[in-house]
Design a protein around this ligand. Structure first.
Ligand code: FEO
Ligand code: CA
Ligand code: CA
Ligand code: CA
Length: 677
């Protein structure tokens, strides 16, 4: 493949203004079209989506809450092709479904049932809405469309059998009634960010899975494994806390019972109940997008936490591979996996993608990041051989599998740096630097009290809020984008340099405390979440998931042309600390944004989050996901479409019914050029 030599000016488009309209806004000269929405039929002759609460059969339809997404080319012969630009597969996450109470109200008649027990028929719809879809897309007659009857189309739901792979496979922590040898589990759940491996497969991160399970208030001593309570709590759950949808109440069938992780039978190892079921979620999962006969594999070597994306460092023949990942909760960590196997160029076109995944992703070292105040940082290995882990007072790790399954606790043991919610990460193809969106953190404050609040530090330096020109000292509502440059040993480096690429802020906010990147009204944003570099143009696409700025604008997508770590300056933020003392925090901010380096490209419809982005290899078709438009609608108004906060995409001419739907859009340039030029 001959690389496209950019001759056009990137970021030559006119910036899109902030918008509260219920439409997708793109720059003049571009077209955005709806391609693939919640409920669209893709398998087994499913019927057209009526979108009135009467549809079922969601195992054969697009799932809900489209999130991370990757493009996998198909040649005219129907074989995998890295250069195909008019035909391919979109593999995507269906993270969740819109609910305020228990039921996913946009997909049930009258909004569904919020009393217990939940009706099995409703729960069957909701479980089928979660997971992954792989769907063929093609350009026909100059227009992109999805292919309803493609033999490649596939759904994986949160009940589809998956393989446990890597060091935790067969471990006692994975033994359940469903898999007495601890080698399998059902489904993938709350999949958020994605990635593409160097050998061409799809990877997806399981994020907020813990909220779907319950564990009884009294279920403790009878378990014979009390440390499991520490594990449960560390993943954000308390005994007796209600689950998100109460799926466990729908019946005695395993597909409902498995959501209750309490001890039921007499065994002490979980073999007659589902108490370890929750240990089967929380991984990076890998799928061969071209082969629906191959089960999804859970790559336990990469650790268990609230995963977003998985970004591979640049491959160097003869060197190990690095995979970068974040744990998206307040005060959680950044991780790196380094493979034992070294990269072989022949593996770029493997005969068996998942066997190649076994080679690179089942054996290696998992590290957690620790940031220093001088603009450097270090990677600390999470190993049972580390005395800090082996002798940790907060949790007694049994073996390396236990370290990986409880990677948050292992990070605690080694004193890793607690971050402002690591969302997506991506690697800059120009120089290999690793970018992390840190979306926001309401628990960052100069005067912390209690264990959940943290003082600002160099890598999470902002504890100021300024949404309307009045600066107050608490929280980091707008987030920032951090970037790392590995030391000279590359993937295996144990040290790195870092700075902050951009701080989110309103353009009018205090430039000395909040708007540290000098954002103008063509660039201002809050709460970066989706973040991915274009392999074609090198543009850094930034997508927002914002709760703080939505009185002014819907969520958006920006195009950035970043420089490199260290191209900016050191700044010091001075806070009023405890007992009248000044708390001075040094940090490092990249070169200020200009009209040539950062520009708003898209604003989405009402109540949506922008998430998921991929493109054809020529950079001329960009696929983007619009997640949960209209999620602010009150369930009480389900019968009155005029009270929905959004009617997208039906108001864009797509599909039946007025209920809002998550959907994939495709963006093209009217002159046929690359997206972002
Ligand atoms: Fe699913 Fe962290 O966003
Ligand atoms: Ca996200
Ligand atoms: Ca988010
Ligand atoms: Ca969301």
């Amino acid at each position: 493949v001959t690389p496209v030599v950019p001759t056009e000016k990137l970021l030559g488009f006119t910036a899109v203004a902030k918008s509260l309209a219920d439409v997708v806004v793109v720059p003049a000269g571009y077209t955005a079209s709806v391609l693939y929405a919640l409920g669209d039929p893709i398998l087994n002759g499913a019927t057209a989506f009526k979108n009135d609460g009467s549809d079922a059969d969601f195992e054969n339809r697009a799932g809900d809450h489209h999130d991370g997404m990757e493009f996998f080319g198909l040649g005219a012969d129907g074989k995998p092709s890295a250069s195909a630009v008019e035909r391919g597969l979109l593999a995507m996450n269906h993270e969740a479904t819109t609910n305020q109470q228990l039921s996913s109200f946009f997909i049930h008649a009258n909004g569904g049932t919020n009393t217990l027990p939940r009706p099995a028929a409703e729960v069957d719809r909701e479980t089928a809405l979660h997971g992954l879809s792989m769907v063929e897309v093609r350009k026909a007659g100059g227009k992109w469309e999805y292919v309803k009857d493609s033999t490649f189309n596939r759904r994986v739901t949160c009940l589809t059998e998956c393989e446990i792979s890597g060091p935790a496979r067969g471990n006692a922590l994975l033994v359940t009634k469903y898999s007495k040898d601890g080698t399998k589990t059902r489904g993938t759940l709350n999949n958020c960010g994605t990635g593409k491996t160097p050998w061409g497969s799809f990877v997806s991160g399981e994020e907020n899975w813990s909220g779907y399970f319950v564990r009884g208030a009294a279920d403790n001593a009878a378990r014979g494994n009390d440390k499991s309570v520490a594990s449960l709590n560390r993943y954000g759950r308390a005994q007796g806390a209600a689950s998100r949808h109460a799926w466990e109440t729908a019946g005695a069938d395993d597909k409902y019972a498995r959501w209750n992780n309490s001890k039921l039978g007499a065994s002490t190892d979980g073999a007659d109940d589902y108490r370890n079921e929750m240990n089967g979620m929380g991984y990076i999962v890998e799928a061969d997008p071209y082969n629906k006969a191959k089960a999804v594999k859970k790559r336990t070597a990469l650790g268990r936490y609230a995963h977003e994306s998985a970004a591979f460092g640049k491959q160097v023949v003869g060197q190990p591979l690095a995979v970068y990942m974040g744990d998206d909760s307040r005060n959680e960590y950044i991780f790196k996996f380094v493979s034992t196997a070294v990269w072989s160029a022949a593996d770029a076109t493997p005969a068996d993608m998942l066997a190649t995944g076994d080679k690179y992703l089942d054996s290696g070292k998992l590290y957690v990041a620790k940031f220093a105040a001088d603009g450097t940082g270090s990677w600390i290995e999470l190993s049972i051989a580390n005395p800090q882990i082996a002798a940790y007072a907060g949790y007694k790790f049994a073996d390396q599998a236990d370290v990986l399954v409880n990677a948050r606790l292992a990070g605690d043991a080694v004193g890793a740096t607690k971050m402002d919610r690591p969302e997506w990460c991506s690697v800059n193809p120009a120089n290999g630097e690793v970018y992390f969106a840190l979306t926001n953190n309401s628990n960052r404050t100069a005067t912390p009290s209690g264990s959940s609040q943290l003082a600002p530090d160099a890598a999470n330096p902002r504890a100021y809020t300024d949404m309307k020109g009045t600066t107050t000292q608490s929280g980091n509502p707008n987030g920032h984008i951090l970037r790392l440059k590995e030391g000279s040993s590359g993937a295996a480096a144990l040290v790195f340099a870092w700075d902050v690429y951009l701080f989110g802020a309103e353009s009018g906010a205090d430039a000395g405390k909040v708007n540290l990147s000098n954002l103008t009204s063509d660039q201002d944003f809050s709460s970066p979440d989706g973040l991915a570099f274009s392999p074609s143009t090198g543009i850094c696409w930034i997508q927002t998931d914002d709760g703080a700025y939505t009185d002014v604008t819907n969520c958006m997508m920006l195009a950035g042309l970043p420089g490199q770590v260290g191209d900016g300056k050191k700044v010091t933020l001075n806070y009023a600390g405890a007992a009248g003392a000044t708390l001075a925090v040094d940090t490092y901010v990249g070169k200020a944004a200009t009209a040539d380096t950062l520009k708003r490209f898209l604003v989405g419809p009402v109540d949506c989050e922008l998430t998921g982005i991929c493109e054809t290899p020529d950079g001329k078709a960009l696929f983007v996901n619009i997640q949960h438009p209209g999620e602010g609608t009150s369930q009480a108004n389900i019968a009155d479409p005029t009270k929905y906060t959004s009617q997208w995409p039906s108001n864009a001419g797509y599909g039946a019914g007025k209920r809002p739907r998550s959907a994939t859009i495709v963006i093209t340039k009217n002159d046929g050029g690359r997206i972002g030029s």
